[in-house]
Design a protein around this ligand. Structure first.
Ligand SMILES: *Cc1c(COP(=O)(O)O)cnc(C)c1O
Length: 397
């Protein structure tokens, strides 16, 4: 029944999960609980599904220091896009050699900030961006980003960025003519893709360029960056990551030996690792329907419902009696701040708790402080030893 309502079925909550009520009693509500063991598990599963592929965590999915420190301890590398993300890595003493800067459009200051940090691999998808790198050509290497439009992805990342594959030869020649070292190719087939055939087709389209020797090139290409897009299992309908990656593994067999393959997962690593706990702070009967007002909403942690087009499983812990179609609304005074319409739930009292799993990716990251409501506090379970006690409890930004 939930599917028709645009609300994912709550199949993913382990009954033996943490004591959510005790956490809210101790840390307050609303609360985001980051489970670092789940981060480790996601990283290991994707590493095993893509053997030999170095994973660069795309920080924008969840720019949280404990998340980054956990992944660094696991051996992950990082994908940065802004100087703010660089500042976070510097604070955590992350080795710049393990980073790539993947924003296709940069200001000179962005390039300078990355170079000062020690990141020397940049992404470009047009001649203007190549020009910006020319003054630094003795210190930088470039990945050329190709586009593979995918309207079926939840977020099509090839509409805004990437050069058409047909334009690639001219762009490579332009880079060669400017004395830039083209280290390889990159793409992003879209976030939360509908299947790995997108990755496979993109890999296959890149192969001829990786094999070819361009007469004017400074060096052969040595990197293929297969981007992100690896789907999170929001509603139980997504295939296991090993099965998802099987065709990608197969396609990567054809990549020349001298080419290192890297990937930039964001969502897959972050989504299942964080759970939102939100409390009913008010209620009203409007027409024939109960409205429950929660202390987190679409201007806060549920911002992903707007920006990321994602609905999260919602599990009421304290509902009584027959489920009735009800409205779950956020805490701001704006009418767009509704988390769920027609949500089947029994009667909830003020103080009732709702648990929303799968809220690690593109949620807290895009939350605002609209109505002067502070962003929801993040606490971490099983944080890495490198984060001291004070750091275990974090507030994003
Ligand atoms: C957002 C982004 C990612 C992460 O994508 P996911 O679909 O979350 O894995 C990776 N690379 C780039 C360049 C991005 O912009």
């Amino acid at each position: 029944m939930n599917e028709a309502l645009g609300v994912a079925t709550p199949v993913l909550l382990e009954p033996a999960g943490p004591d959510w009520k005790a956490l809210v009693a101790q840390y307050g509500s609303p609360l985001l609980v980051l489970d670092c063991d789940r981060v480790r598990m996601q990283y290991r599963k994707l590493t095993q599904a893509l053997p030999g592929v170095r994973l660069h965590y795309a920080i924008k999915a969840l720019p949280n220091e404990t998340m980054v420190a956990t992944l660094a301890e696991e051996g992950a590398a990082f994908d940065i896009a802004t100087s703010g993300e660089i500042a976070m890595l510097e604070k955590l003493f992350i080795d710049a050699a393990d980073t790539i800067h993947t924003h296709p459009i940069k200001r000179d200051q962005d390039i300078k900030d990355a170079l000062r940090y020690g990141c020397t691999t940049f992404v470009a998808d047009n001649i203007d961006e190549l020009e910006k790198l020319v003054p630094y050509r003795h210190r930088v290497a470039v990945l050329i980003r190709a586009s593979f439009p995918n309207p079926a992805a939840r977020v099509d990342l090839s509409r805004k960025f990437g050069c058409a594959i047909g334009e690639l030869p001219a762009l490579l020649a332009a880079a060669d003519a400017r004395g830039l070292h083209v280290k390889g190719l990159s793409f992003h087939v879209g976030s939360q893709v509908d299947g790995s055939h997108r990755h496979v087709r993109a890999i296959e389209a890149c192969l001829p360029f990786l094999r070819e020797r361009r007469p004017g090139a400074l060096a052969r290409m040595t990197v293929l960056d297969i981007g992100g897009g690896f789907p999170a299992n929001y509603d139980g309908s997504v295939e296991d990551i090993d099965a998802f990656c099987a065709p990608i593994r197969e396609a990567l067999q054809a990549v020349p030996e001298h080419v290192e393959v890297i990937a930039e997962p964001g969502r897959y690593l972050a989504a299942p690792a964080m759970t939102c706990l939100t409390t009913v702070v008010g209620r009203a009967k409007r027409g024939d329907r109960m409205w429950y007002y929660l202390d987190d909403g679409v201007y806060g942690s549920f911002s992903g419902q707007i920006f990321d087009h994602t609905h999260y499983p919602l599990i009421p812990l304290d509902a009584q009696g027959e489920p009735q179609a009800s409205v779950l609304a956020g805490p701001t005074c704006d009418s767009v701040d509704v988390i769920a319409e027609d949500f089947p739930v029994g009667e909830m009292a003020i103080g009732a708790l709702i648990v929303a799993p799968m809220m690690g990716a593109y949620t807290a990251a895009s939350a605002s402080e609209f109505n002067s409501l502070p962003k929801t506090r993040v606490i971490a379970l099983a944080p890495p030893a490198s984060m001291d006690e004070a750091d275990n409890v974090l507030r994003l930004a």
